[in-house]
Structure formats: C-alpha cells, structure tokens
Design a protein around this ligand. Structure first.
Ligand SMILES: Nc1nc2c(ncn2[C@@H]2O[C@H](COP(=O)(O)OP(=O)(O)OP(=O)(O)O)[C@@H](O)[C@H]2O)c(=O)[nH]1
Ligand SMILES: [Mg+2]
Length: 697
C-alpha cells in the first residue's frame, strides 16, 4: 500500500516518538478511515498521501475528559469564599484545572491514608520510609536525648515509665516503651514532642509551593523538503498545584508534612510536543478545617534557605526534624521578621537535567527544596492578617493553595524570520506560588463534655466509652480533646468528646480557652459536667485548713478522699496538683497552710477550678464563657451531668439547688463508681436524637 516516501515522511520517521504510517490514497481508504485517525496530509509531487498515527490501529479509545462534576467543588469553594465575605484572593480567580487524583506522595505511611500515584514510581522504599517518617524524627530525638543527656536521662525516663504517665494516645506505639521514654525525656528538656498516633491534632502549619513549570525545548526538524531546519521544540508542562481538600474520612491533622510541593512539569519535547503537567499534591483535611494563608515572606525564614542542591537523604532528615515544631502547642504569633528569600534561590534549584518524570518524590527532593524555618514553633510567626481565610465546610470542597508555575516556551514558540536560521531560544519554567498555610480543625462529635478542670470529664468518658482518657487529681490533666464512642444495645452509637477544662476567662483565651472552645462549636450537643460536691469541698477544705492550723491531724478528709478515690494513679507532679480536689484535704490544707491568709491565691485557685465552685456557680461560669465566645453555642441542646455524687454529703440539697438554678435536664452520676451511667447514656441519646428514647437498662 505504501508507495512513496515524501521528505516529510522521512522527517516524521526520525521522530523519537515512533513511526508513522504513510498510505497513499486508494480505494481502501474509506474503510480505513473508520479505523484510523486522520492526522494530516502531505503532498508529494501532487500525489496526496495520508499520514496516520499508528497506535490508532489498535483502536484505542480516545481519552475521555474527566467528568465535569470534578469542577463542582472548586466552584463551591469559590462560592463559599464569596458568600462568606472573605477577602477574594487571586488563588481563587480564573479557571481551575480539573482536580486530578494524584498522590500526595507522602513518603511514609500514617494513620491517614494517602493515595499513591498510579503512574508513580515513587513508592517509597523501606529505607526511604523510615528516613522520612515522622517517627524517624522521634527516633532522632530519642537519639539526641541520649547523646545530649547521656544514660542518666534515659534511665530517668525509664524510671518515669513506671508511673503511667502515658498520654491519651492509642495504637501500637503505646507499647513502644522507647518511644514513650523519648517523649518524656524530650518534654522534660522542653523540646517539642510529636503527637502520638491516635491523638487528635487540631492544628498544623506548613509551607506549600506549586511545582515549577517544565523547561521549553530547543529542537529542529527539516522543512521545505529538507532544505532547511525549522524550530520544533515544544513547551514545558505546568507545575502541579498544592490542593487542600475536605474529606469526611479524615479526622485529624495528624501526620501532615511541614512542606508540600507540587511536582514540577516535564520538559517540552521535539516535534512541538508539550511536556506533561506536574502532579498535584492533594492534602486531605477534616471537614470544618479553617485554612489561613500567608505570603511566604510573612514568617521567619531559615538560614538554610536556598542553599542549592541537597542530597535526598539530607532532605528526608530535614523534613523529619522540621516536623517537630509544626505540631507544637505554641499559640502565640507575635513578632515577625522578613524572610529575605530571593526568587533566584528557586530559579537555581530546578535544572532541566535533574527533572525526573513520574517521580513526584524525587522532584520534591532534589533541587527544588523550599527554605525550611529553623527548629522551634517560635520561628513560625505571623503578624499580618492572612491573605485568605477559608473554612472548608463540606466534604469534597477543595482549595488550590499554591498554583504550579507555567512551563517555559520551546523554540517553536519563538518567531522565526524567513531566510534566517530557526530560533534557538527557549525558556525555563516559572516557579510555583509559595505560601504559608495554617490549618485549624475542630472535633466533630455528637456530645461534648464541657466543664471546669477536674470536674470528672475524662473519668466520665472512660466510664461510658471504650476510650481510655488520662485522669488526674489536678487541673488541666487533659490538654487535647479526645473522642469516645458510646455503643447502645440496638447498635446505634454516639460520638462523645472530652474537651479540656475551661476556666473563667476562657473566651479571652485564658488557659488556652480559645483552642478548647472552638471544639465545642462542632459538638451537636453539650453535656455540662459539674462537680456536685464542689461547694462542699470548699467547706471541707476550710475544715482541713483549720485542722492543719490547730494541729488536729492535717488532711483527715484527704486521707478519706484518697481512700475513696478511684484514681489509683494520682500523682502530684504539677505545682497545682498539691491542691487537687480529690484526695484533697491534705493537699489543700498544705496549700492553705503555706499562705493561709492569701485571699488572692485562693481566688486564683477557684478561678482555675482547683477549689471547685458550687455546682450552680460552675454552670453559670461555663455558660457565661460559651456566651462570650459565641452566643449561638448556648442554643445547642444540652443537659447537666451532676458528677461525683458519691462525694456529696447532701446530694438532695445540692441537686435541688441546681434545679432551681437551671431549666436544663440534670442527670446525677458518679463516674468513678459507675452510678447512673445508663441513665446518662439514655439521656444523651435523647438530646442528640430526639425521638429515639428508650431505656438501655
Ligand atoms: N469521688 C469521685 N471522684 C471522681 C469522680 N469522677 C472523677 N473523679 C475524680 O476527679 C478527679 C478529676 O478527674 P478527671 O476526669 O481527670 O477530671 P477532668 O474534668 O477530666 O479534668 P481536666 O482534664 O483537668 O479538665 C480525678 O481524681 C478523678 O478520680 C466521681 O464520680 N467520684
Ligand atoms: Mg480530663
């Protein structure tokens, strides 16, 4: 069938992409056209020849465009931004690329599931995974604690291990004594500690950068019957975006890498082929996550900025190290320094020859390294307001936080003048956008336990769910919210959340109140957990105080309290623990004994809940704090859990006073002695799902 080879055909044959089929126009053309995709005509001595792409012979289906529904989330988020009156940002302008299901290429496995790129050869090796794992940072921390402090520190940590200091976490790591020891050693030395797997991480801070665009290509091909060469270098592909997506199956910000970079675009090819677009990096966050974006220059910068090409191994360590400050508990963002980071740093980073197609991680690692801040959360500070503030309120909403750079033009895109040699210029791709992102998420629970410190919230959670919350006879035992699930006989379940204790002034962020109050915003219902024996304790304390002063045996009540107390792990490790209200007499008497006349300190203790207020007063304080923080919170269905019934000498009187103070339903319980818990579970179910009454007992 092929009769003649035109110069054009010869040129096509030299293409690196493969061969083409040249067919002369003949009778067999009509049936062939149904099989083959026509791509062009060349004329050779006035005889028309037809050029077809060979792969079509296999009748491959044409690539279908992605379903248009993928665009919907983008539109949705834009609308959300507009509707909610947030400042519009160029990030949200213009047409959006279709969101591709590309990997996050997180080079380690976490409790969060990240999808891997099907085309990616970047599946991490075991060695890579261990290197880049957040726990490699912990291992390093452990190592460092050994190095810095010698065996004494580790031995000390091992001793502390017997004291059951474990935090709220779960999972395999709970059994890893070395890991726990390293956490304790680090905490003692004031170093930041990574959260344990299973812990709820409610904020994270990271740096995002779109992938660099691929470079253009300089290439030539014969034109005009091969008499001279024309430019045929294609443009580079665009860099991948960094995208944040709200996902229902993600519950925590645990394990988020401190730096996310979109993959770079591929270089352009000969024959006018455009390079492939870099892979997007999609970060799944829980629904309800607040995303705040700052310019890259808004925070302190690292001395390591733009220090050229680095070995992948170094990079892995850097990521692991940098992971520590990201999850710190630091709240203050007060001062800032200008970053002084130059574009040239990035330009120098990505050389054409170093780009590897289809390997997001290597591209992420080599030559495209964004500057890292020095260790310590104190270095991540923003004084200016964020340029974008968006809450992802629905599953599937996406936000393109950093767009990839555009690909450089190949020499084909440059003008060529007749009679002059083809242009030999091409462009490098532009770097992607770069920003700081702070993510804050909130628990989503059916019921939130709200109470002053030491009211028994964690004890209650442990009693009615399978969760094992840390219990202690001192205020602020719980510093991270924890979830638990109540299972009912009919198979239904309720998610309950133990929120850290609130103090007077929490709405003004006293005692990190804001961090805790925002979790309450996401609870459908509220259970105000009160210490029913609160008012009495003050009287008991006074008695203990008098006893200690008259020398009539300090802490008699305290001894009784300890005897009754269910918490066998009571420790006096914190300064205010000495004044804990459980096992209390001795501690409070001692505290009062030191400064018995100091009314200011007593008031301060009452303020943080160490000396519990009467139940009605506790409720008033809690409701007042909620009202000051967000008045809508008080509209949520609620009930009162009157806890520590066993400690109350006059329960009827206390309950009657409480009923007079509030119209809310009151459920008296003793969490420690499992009294009234079934009744409480029923009541919780009724307020969460009205109409699903019925006794469990
Ligand atoms: N006698 C008695 N003690 C209780 C009861 N419930 C809790 N406690 C004790 O009260 C103390 C505080 O309990 P937690 O559950 O840690 O209190 P919390 O409200 O979670 O405290 P924070 O985490 O600091 O907000 C512990 O010593 C518990 O053993 C109860 O029903 N009876
Ligand atoms: Mg607690």
């Amino acid at each position: 069938m092929v009769t003649k080879f035109s110069p054009r055909f010869i040129a096509l044959l030299t293409k690196p992409a493969g061969t083409v089929l040249l067919l002369q126009a003949c009778q067999s053309l009509p049936p062939l056209t149904s099989l083959l995709r026509f791509t062009g005509i060349v004329f050779d001595n006035s005889e028309p020849c037809f050029v077809f792409q060979p792969h079509v012979l296999h009748q491959q289906p044409r690539p279908q465009p992605p379903p248009p529904s993928r665009l919907a989330p983008v539109t949705a988020i834009c609308q959300t931004v507009l509707r909610s009156g947030y400042q519009r940002h160029p990030l949200l302008d213009g047409p959006r690329r279709l969101l591709r299901e590309m990997p996050i290429t997180v080079p380690f496995s976490t409790s969060r599931s990240h999808r891997n790129d099907s085309s990616s050869s970047s599946t991490p090796t075991t060695r890579d995974a261990s290197r880049a794992s957040p726990y490699s940072g912990v291992a390093k921390l452990q190592q460092r604690s050994r190095n810095d402090s010698g065996h004494a520190t580790v031995a000390e940590a091992a001793t502390a291990g017997g004291r059951a200091m474990d935090d709220n976490g779960g999972g395999d790591l709970r059994t890893d004594a070395g890991y726990r020891q390293s956490r304790r050693a680090a905490a003692r030395e004031g170093k930041p500690v990574m959260p344990q797997r299973g812990q709820f991480v409610d904020w994270a801070q990271l740096r995002v950068r779109g992938g660099r665009g691929g470079p253009g290509r300089v290439a030539y091909e014969p034109v005009g019957r091969g008499r001279h060469l024309g430019a045929s270098g294609g443009s580079g592909g665009g860099g991948g975006d960094v995208i944040i997506r709200a996902n229902n199956s993600t519950t925590s910000l645990y394990g988020i890498l401190p730096v996310l970079v979109g993959s770079a675009g591929s270089a352009g090819g000969a024959g006018g082929r455009t390079g492939a677009r870099g892979a997007d990096r999609v970060l799944d966050v829980p629904v309800g996550t607040m995303v705040r974006i700052w310019q890259a220059s808004a925070a302190g910068n690292s001395a390591e900025a733009g220090d050229g090409l680095e070995d992948v191994e170094d990079w892995g360590d850097a990521v692991a190290d940098y992971g520590h400050p990201v999850h710190q508990e630091a709240e203050i963002f007060s001062s800032s320094e200008d970053e002084g980071e130059s574009e040239a740093d990035f330009h120098s980073a990505s050389d054409e020859g170093e780009q590897r197609e289809g390997d997001g991680r290597s591209r992420f690692a080599i030559g495209d390294r964004p500057p890292l801040p020095p260790h310590g959360a104190a270095n991540l500070r923003f004084t200016s307001p964020p340029i974008v503030e968006v809450e992802l309120t629905q599953a599937g909403q996406v936000l393109v936080v950093a767009r990839g750079g555009s690909g450089g033009r190949g020499n084909q895109a440059f003008p060529s003048l007749a009679g002059r040699p083809a242009p030999s210029e091409c462009e490098r791709g532009t770097p992607g956008q770069e920003f700081w992102v702070r993510l804050e998420t909130r628990l989503l629970a059916d019921v939130g336990f709200v109470g002053l410190p030491n009211a028994g919230k964690s004890t209650l959670l442990s009693a009615i769910t399978a969760a094992r919350a840390k219990v202690g006879s001192y205020a602020f035992t719980t510093i991270r919210p924890q979830l638990g699930t109540i299972l009912y006989g009919d198979g239904s379940r309720l998610i309950t959340a133990d929120i850290p204790g609130l103090v007077q002034g929490a709405h003004a962020n006293r005692g990190r109140g804001n961090a805790f109050l925002r979790h309450i915003e996401r609870c459908r219902c509220m259970a105000f957990v009160l210490d029913l024996s609160g008012g009495e304790s003050t009287a008991h304390h006074a008695a203990g105080f008098q006893q200690s002063h008259t020398g009539a045996g300090a802490g008699g009540d305290g001894a009784a309290g300890r005897g009754r107390g269910p918490d066998t792990r009571q420790r006096q490790t914190r300064s205010h623990a000495a004044a804990g209200n459980d096992g209390d007499g001795a501690g409070v008497a001692a505290a009062h004994g030191n400064d018995g006349d100091d009314g200011g300190e007593a008031a301060a203790k009452a303020l943080i809940g160490v000396v519990p207020l009467p139940p009605a007063e506790q409720l008033r304080v809690l409701q007042e704090e909620l009202r000051m923080y967000n008045p809508e919170l008080l509209a949520a269905p609620a009930l009162v859990v009157a806890n520590k019934l066993d400690r109350c000498s006059e329960p009827r009187v206390a309950l009657r006073d409480l009923m007079a103070a509030t119209p809310l339903p009151i459920v008296p319980v003793s969490a420690a002695h499992s009294v009234g818990l079934n009744r409480l579970k029923d009541a919780l179910r009724v307020i969460v799902r009205p109409g699903t009454g019925g006794s469990e007992t």
